[in-house]
Design a protein around this ligand. Structure first.
Ligand code: MOS
Length: 739
């Protein structure tokens, strides 16, 4: 179906199953360790051998020779494929760096060989015996050093975040010069790693020309297309299967070396090969969130109204790469007649920078929302009020475009009330509890809402059960559950009568999981298929489809009634459809909003920061399942704590690699770091977005959190930090005198 006019009343509005906080239907599999993840699928292909990937030991240059004699003779070795065995492979359209083939090295730990052996240990041992000779070339690894000559480059993250190289509205420089109160500050964010729990992993098996890959992927159709292109085989010869994914955060959006090398290894070994990227390879072989340097200038009248706002960001990437779209939200979040955004891209020879949860806004708000706090202080205004004064209900660059829904003010007001914001002392460093300095901070959360074409197949059987098949993925987000809820609501069934099958490229192509579009778009696709199934059922039963009601496993029309299963017949009844979108996304600005509130305590002697309380008030359309949506938001808030206080890929600027390439040294929050988190969803339905009237929420929960923590740390101590992560070494010598 084509969705090109705002939704009217539809069966989803019944909210019998949709909108209920039902448990995840995959929960028992996850909690008993029986959900089959890619590397554990021993059953899918017999006689699996183990692959182990060798990454380049230089960041830039060439492989001049590889001596594999000792490795080939090592115990258990079945096959070795090196990058010198073939020319550079075709690159998928989403990939920046090559995944394999040829002598040229573009970044550290780029894959240069796969060793296949009878056991993991044998494969690892033999890999260590390969002798590689390199011709090393100098590389560019220091963003700050390259920034002064970085070119202006526009980009679209593909996730609803983007900006041209430079965009101007009005006369920024003139208005800024004349502003009564102004701010000009620079912030930095570091490179970050997705650090998902399940590393990239694939099992590959060939049957003649046909390749099946059991893998861990957010986007099945992209993966299938790109793997076929990379291997130079027809897409119809490739099948991907990824029913369970242990986290992705953008790191599994695109084809990676695990799938390519499992396939090449399996072809060489003439048997199925299983392969996982080790932790160091996750950091240096795959993608990461690029570091940024962000300059923000804000000018305002004394009453707090912004007259001039500029956001310029510099980030780096490999040649042909893209900038981090960190200025994107600044185009839309606040009013102001004179505006400037610009993105600069430095060429670096570090591993590929790419999407990580909320690319653009996550980094951009880490700067913008601290700048807003600093500006509020200069104006002598409460930071909640300063944001409210500058709210806009239209796209500030194109005022004829309204937001489909925009409840930022409500998020902030309700959050302030709930959090006890009125108890905050506006003068920093005033609240002391023993050895701890305590403060509160606020930030706005903003993330655009994208909708994506999405298909599904639904089958009714004689017992009145419905099976949904779509290549949608569940990356820990709850897709299985909200898809089952959608089909149950549409067909008038209890949840137990719905079976959901996901992640197989032989199923209809879905939106996939990315850019917080997955929940809304994939359920909208299931809605479309179910609408078609309702028609087919009514027709089979000889009912008037406009009158037919689907309730408690029965179909009723007028004074007639029949069990739903009766329409199935002996062979069942199967239909397929997809949701496609018209231009509502162009006519209206679709975004999601939050108010993030945080209380921190900073140790007066050591500078250690502990987060004490967190609250997110979210306005993100209809919430399809408040329990799984809350889980998404608290997970995202936790990620925001990591970005604020811990996460940083340390760059070796001499040799060009990320040093802390494991979970021992790349720190992310653990349970003990996280206090009670509260999440409130405002009542909102957005008929502009989809027939589900829902929007994305999984990334919104991250956007703004780190800035709220930075602002709380300032309120606690009077120390303003502008370089993330805000570790204690940046705080300790600036703290107030203890004694
Ligand atoms: Mo995208 S970074 O996978 O949501």
């Amino acid at each position: 179906m084509k969705f090109d006019a705002p939704a009217t009343n539809n069966p989803i509005d019944q909210l019998k199953v949709i909108g209920q906080p039902v448990d995840r239907i995959d929960g028992p599999l996850k909690t008993t360790g029986t959900a089959p993840y890619a590397y554990e699928r021993h059953d899918v292909a017999p006689n699996q051998a183990y692959g182990y990937v060798l990454g380049s030991g230089i960041a830039k240059g060439r492989v001049t020779a590889m001596d594999t004699a000792a490795a080939k003779a090592a115990p258990g070795v079945v096959a070795i494929v090196t990058t010198l065995d073939m020319p550079r492979l075709e690159k998928g359209q989403m990939n920046t760096a090559s995944l394999f083939g040829g002598p040229d090295i573009q970044h550290y730990h780029q894959a240069i060989a796969v060793v296949v052996a009878e056991s993991f240990e044998q494969a690892r041992d033999a890999t260590a015996m390969i002798r590689v000779s390199y011709a090393r070339e100098p590389g560019r690894f220091d963003l700050a050093a390259e920034a002064p000559h970085a070119a202006l480059v526009g980009a679209d993250s593909g996730e609803g975040s983007g900006a041209p190289p430079e965009e101007r509205v009005g006369d920024f420089e003139g208005a800024f010069a004349q502003a009564a109160v102004k701010l000009d500050t620079t912030y930095t964010t570091p490179d970050e790693s997705h650090a998902m729990m399940e590393p990239h992993a694939s099992i590959a098996a060939w049957e003649g020309e046909k390749l099946t890959v059991w893998t861990s992927s957010q986007m099945i159709a992209w993966g299938k297309r790109e793997l076929a292109k990379t291997l130079g085989i027809p897409p119809e010869n490739v099948r991907l299967d990824s029913p369970y994914v242990g986290g992705g955060f953008g790191g599994k959006l695109f084809l990676r070396a695990d799938a390519v090398l499992a396939a090449l290894g399996a072809r060489a070994a003439r048997r199925p090969v299983k392969l996982t990227l080790t932790r160091p390879l996750v950091a240096n072989n795959t993608t990461h969130r690029p570091a940024t340097i962000q300059r923000i200038r804000i000018g305002a009248e004394r009453d707090g109204r912004i007259t001039a706002i500029a956001h310029e960001s510099t980030s780096g990437d490999l040649p042909e790469g893209q900038p981090e779209t960190a200025v994107s939200q600044t185009k839309l979040l606040y009013a102001g007649a004179n505006r400037l955004t610009a993105m600069h891209l430095a060429v670096l020879d570090l591993p590929e920078g790419n999407a990580m949860r909320a690319p653009g806004e996550a980094s951009g708000l880490m700067a913008l929302e601290v700048a807003m706090d600093e500006m509020a202080e200069k104006l002598g205004m409460d930071p909640v009020e300063f944001r409210i004064v500058n709210d806009t209900q239209v796209d500030p660059e194109q005022p004829e475009r309204r937001f489909s829904q925009r409840q930022l003010i409500q998020c902030l007001r309700q959050g302030a009330e709930r959090f006890g914001w009125s108890r905050r002392n506006a003068t920093p460093g005033q609240r002391r509890e023993g050895s701890w300095l305590v403060g509160m901070g606020v930030a706005a959360g903003f993330r655009n809402n994208l909708v994506m074409k999405s298909g599904a197949r639904v089958r009714l059987d004689g017992s009145g059960g419905v099976t949904v098949e779509t290549d949608m993925t569940d990356i820990g987000t709850g897709s299985y559950t909200i898809i089952a809820q959608t089909a149950a609501e549409m067909m008038g069934l209890p949840l137990e009568k719905v079976t959901v099958r996901l992640g197989d490229s032989s199923f209809p192509v879905s939106a996939g999981s990315g850019g917080q579009w997955g929940g809304n778009s994939s359920t909208a696709g299931v809605y479309a298929a179910c609408l078609k199934l309702r028609e087919a059922v009514a027709q089979r039963l000889g009912f008037n489809s406009a009158e037919a009601e689907f309730l408690d496993g029965q179909v009723r029309a007028g004074n007639r009634s029949a069990p739903l299963g009766q329409a199935a017949g002996a062979d069942g009844l199967m239909v397929e459809d997809q949701i496609e979108y018209g231009d509502l996304g162009k006519r209206y600005q679709q975004s999601t909003f939050a108010g993030h509130f945080v209380e921190v305590a900073v140790h007066a002697a050591t500078g250690e920061t502990r987060v004490r309380r967190m609250l997110a008030v979210c306005a993100a359309g209809r919430i399809l399942n408040p329990k799984s949506a809350r889980s998404q938001v608290i997970g995202a808030m936790t990620m925001g704590v990591g970005a604020a206080l811990m996460e940083e890929l340390a760059v070796d600027k001499r040799h060009g690699f990320f040093v802390n390439h494991d979970l021992a040294s790349y720190e992310v929050p653990v349970h003990a770091d996280i206090p009670h988190q509260e999440v409130i969803f405002l009542d909102e339905v957005d008929p502009i977005s989809s027939p589900m009237k829902a929007k994305g929420v999984g990334e919104l929960g991250l956007c703004g959190v780190s800035a709220a923590i930075a602002n709380a740390m300032y309120n606690a101590t009077g120390v303003r930090l502008r370089d993330y992560p805000m570790t204690l070494d940046k705080m300790i010598d600036r703290l107030p005198q203890v004694a």
